[in-house]
Design a protein around this ligand. Structure first.
Ligand code: NAD
Length: 381
């Protein structure tokens, strides 16, 4: 089959869905690979790099869409892009079907098979295709780099001839994939890291990374916050009150706060309130990885970096993975080529869209003029 990546048209997006390296793997599966001219430029891949990898570089998006069976993207397709697709074609990209009913309807009407990379089930076998995790890992790392860039001091403690420097104190709120990556990065830079999550089972993981789990004085901590599948559920009002009380106590002590707390299908919980920001020292930094879902910090403005009256810097960017375009493209490209491996069982360039397969079924949101979202739960964990 023919698979082609488009140049992302979302402002500031630096990622690309197919890299020269992932194209080589796709070719080994028997596929012919296309990219739109300039698609990899912001991730550091030139047209020549693609050509050397045996990829056909087409001048426009329309040419790619016209030539291929499978269109690969990072972001959701624009109206123009999906409008140019034809019946029987496959789209593979982030899709967010629950938040995008119109796009789902459009894909269905046009007879497009849409594979949502954000719907890959989180079962062991599918970890190599789990684009949400690969991007969250990068976002977590990058959040610490942004924090360090905005913080006017060392992260590590030092004893120098010019004076003794204490280590920076960092609080990470939410220890999912992004939070754990942030904890790992911050400890490796020598900071003193504290972390909190409503799921107490992550305490051991946090402590094994050299950080300190923030315990609440709350009897039911062991039961609160954990929902099925390792995801968080909204906290009870009593639990939330205890959590905020603890954060109020920590606010004046922390140099950096990185928030990553999310609850699937909801707006981000507000956990770092205005009065906590006001209690922080001037020069402290908050990086809010939940900004896209409204933010964990009450004062976050999505896509902006602001400085409060008391000198606290709040970073609300929503494109952390894209800020590391080369790395993110490499990992996302790998996620896609692993998905294509499952779609090409005989490695002969023939795609078999097996709707009995848990991973393919889970990620397929439209197929055969039908909306196939939400999927049934996977049969195997
Ligand atoms: P997420 O992005 O949905 O949420 C981030 C974190 O915020 C979670 O750890 C959540 O517990 C926490 N949180 C929610 N409300 C909070 C609050 N009020 N205060 C503090 N923290 C709060 O999570 P994620 O990174 O997608 O990971 C969710 C789970 O999925 C984890 O258990 C992870 O290990 C698991 N996972 C499994 C696989 C796999 O098996 N293949 C892959 C990736 C993730």
């Amino acid at each position: 089959m023919k698979i082609g990546a488009l140049k992302e048209n979302y402002e500031g997006e630096a990622r690309v869905a197919v890299t020269p390296a992932s194209a080589a793997h796709l070719q080994k599966l028997g596929h012919e690979v296309f990219v739109e001219s300039g698609a990899g430029a912001r991730a550091g891949f030139s047209n020549e790099d693609y050509e050397k990898a045996g990829v056909t570089v087409a001048r426009t998006a329309a040419e790619v869409i016209g030539a291929v069976d499978i269109v690969a993207k990072v972001r959701q397709p624009s109206d123009g892009e999906i409008g140019q697709m034809r019946e029987g074609q496959t789209l593979i990209s982030f899709f967010y079907p629950a938040q995008s009913p119109e796009l789902l309807e459009k894909a269905k009407e046009q007879g497009i098979t849409a594979i949502a990379m954000d719907m890959v089930p989180r079962i062991s076998r599918a970890q190599k295709m789990d684009a949400l995790s690969s991007m969250a890992n990068i976002a977590g790392y990058r959040s610490v780099i942004e924090a360090a860039n905005n913080f006017g001091r060392f992260f590590t403690g030092q004893v120098t001839a010019a004076g003794k420097v204490p280590p920076a104190k960092i609080l990470v709120v939410g220890a999912g994939v992004a939070g754990l990556a942030a904890i790992g990065t911050a400890t490796s830079l020598g900071a003193q890291v504290h972390a909190f999550d409503v799921r107490p089972e992550v305490a051991e993981q946090i402590e094994s990374m050299g950080a300190e789990f923030v315990y609440l004085d709350f009897e039911e901590q062991a039961q609160d916050g954990s929902a099925t599948g390792g995801y968080a559920a909204p906290s009870s009002p009593e639990f939330r009150e205890k959590q905020l009380e603890k954060f109020r106590e920590l606010a004046p002590q922390m140099d950096v706060v990185i928030t990553t707390a999310l609850i699937p299908g909801r707006d981000a919980p507000v956990l770092w309130t205005k009065d906590m920001v006001e209690a922080m020292k001037p020069g402290s930094v908050i990086v809010d990885l939940a900004a896209e879902k409204g933010g964990n910090c009450e004062l976050t403005i999505p896509d902006e970096r602001i400085v409060t009256e008391n000198g606290v810097i709040i970073v609300g960017y929503t494109d952390f993975a894209s800020r590391m375009g080369a790395q993110a493209s490499e990992l996302y490209g790998n996620n896609i080529r692993h998905f294509m491996t499952d779609l090409t069982p005989s490695k002969d360039g023939v795609v078999v869209h097996d709707m009995e397969d848990d991973v393919i079924r889970g990620a397929t949101v439209t197929h055969d003029h039908d909306i196939t979202f939400p999927p049934p739960p996977p049969k195997i964990a």
